[in-house]
Every structure is written in structure tokens, then in C-alpha cells.
Design a binder for this molecule. Sequence first.
Ligand code: SF4
Length: 60
Amino acid sequence: MTVSVNRELCYGSGECAFRLPSVFTTADGFGAVLPGREDTGDDPEVRDAAERCPSQAISL
Ligand code: SF4
């Protein structure tokens, strides 16, 4: 399962990168998935980060 960040919803809180820096980062003021980590959507920690995103901008 893939994971992605919708920039139209993300407001750049950085919580995803703080919570799970092995998968998420921030770029240009938005949350982003690190290159090569787009296929981590099945990881429970990624699912948790998506559920905790305050703007529900992380899609699995
Ligand atoms: S937690 Fe959500 S709103 Fe905050 S940077 Fe990550 S994707 Fe954007």
C-alpha cells in the first residue's frame, strides 16, 4: 500500500515528520514522503501517523 501527502490539505504542521522521520519529512513548508518510502502504507506506524495528521492530508 502506498502513502502520500495531499498538499491541498496539508498545512505544514510537521507532526508527521516529527512522529515518523524514517518515512516523512517537510519540504517547501509541507509534509512529504521521503523518496523511496512511498510503499510503506501497510506499516502500522505510518497508519498511526496518517490518523494523527490534524488535517487528514495523509492518504493510504
Ligand atoms: S501531519 Fe499532516 S498537516 Fe502536518 S505536515 Fe504532516 S501531512 Fe501536513
